[in-house]
Design a protein around this ligand. Structure first.
Ligand code: 13P
Ligand code: SF4
Length: 323
């Protein structure tokens, strides 16, 4: 099938099966263009919770599919590639996190949405980078807290709220790789460019930012701000929507340090700012999963019963705060 036929078939199947296709900003541009809805992690969860479709095709990484499946137990949630995981979620095994929580009794447990369902099951409230600050601040200042798994996001939230949350030492291999030196060098070449940084980046990179925020917040800023050039320190898939929404502006992907990375095909050297897991979602796989109605995301009822509480709590607080 040609690309054009593939896209037409996907749209036809989606209509026939009353399926909604949701995509994160990091997947390939051609998958984003095909989706009914694109968004950041919070928007994808909010959208899943309110959809009346029978099938949700979640074009993103596995934890996003799990969150949708937990929120919509009566719907079929499909992911184009079940191997598309997340290094940050993987950096926080549920058993080890449960031991960490047990070692610190009396702490409120905040987990970033980039976690497995099993880790969410030992969590009091889930957050995303869109609402982490507000949710942390919704607790009294003297509340002892644990924040996992992203140490960079946790340290950033501690720094802007004055809290002293205990941090799990996980991180995202894409965001942890951005280089201060290379961004400074780019700034020299583009002195009027504003620097957009996702809070999963390390502290010294965050310090260079004109705007720190979730993918949706960075996009909104880039569209509204008067600057015409932006250096973007997050996964480069977001540039697709930035360029679409603000075609007259220039978006420069921040280059990361070269590093050895573990990929599904083995170890390889990588100097790219792409999440190889997000890029595993292809048009072909979207087509096949919609045609065959698999792979279905399965979360055990015992885990789902525990994990839904902190996810719903996040959605409730976000709704109260209009986030
Ligand atoms: P957002 O919540 O900003 O979309 O981030 C998701 C993610 O995986 C960042 O790496
Ligand atoms: Fe996970 Fe990082 Fe990929 Fe986001 S960019 S999905 S945090 S590995």
């Amino acid at each position: 099938m040609s690309k054009k036929e593939l896209k037409e078939e996907i749209r036809r199947l989606a209509q026939e099966k009353n399926a909604v296709i949701m995509a994160h900003y990091y997947v390939d541009g051609e998958v984003q263009d095909l989706a009914d809805f694109i968004g950041d992690s919070l928007a994808l969860a909010q959208q899943a919770a309110k959809t009346d479709a029978d099938i949700i095709v979640l074009c993103g990484v596995h934890f996003m599919g799990e969150t949708a499946a937990i929120l919509c137990p009566d719907k079929k949630v499909l992911v184009p590639d079940p191997e598309a995981t997340c290094s940050l979620a993987e950096s926080c095994p549920a058993d080890a996190f449960a031991d960490f929580v047990a070692a610190h009794p009396g702490h409120t447990v905040i987990s970033y949405v980039n976690t497995t369902a099993a880790t969410k099951a030992v969590t009091d409230v889930v957050v995303t980078s869109s609402n982490a600050r507000q949710i942390v601040e919704s607790f009294p200042e003297d509340t002892p807290m644990i924040f996992g798994p992203d140490q960079n996001l946790g340290a950033y939230i501690n720094s802007i709220t004055g809290r002293n949350m205990l941090l799990w030492n996980g991180s995202c291999h894409v965001h942890a790789r951005f280089s201060v030196e290379k961004i400074v060098e780019l700034k020299r070449e583009h002195p009027h460019a504003k620097v957009l940084v996702h809070p999963e980046c390390k502290g010294p990179v965050v310090k260079l930012a004109d705007k720190v925020g979730s993918t949706a917040a960075l996009l909104k800023f880039a569209i509204a701000d008067e600057a015409t050039e932006f250096i973007v320190a997050t996964e480069s898939g977001i540039l697709h929507e930035m360029q679409k929404k603000a075609p007259q502006k220039t978006f420069i992907p921040a280059p990361p340090e070269e590093a050895m990375v573990e990929t599904p095909e083995g170890k390889r050297s990588c100097a790219c700012n792409e999440c190889e897991y997000m890029k595993m979602v292809t048009l072909e796989k979207v087509y096949r999963c919609l045609r065959d109605e698999q792979p279905v995301v399965a979360v055990s009822p015992e885990i789902a019963e525990k994990a839904i509480r902190p996810i719903k709590r996040m959605l409730d607080i976000s709704a109260q705060l209009n986030l």
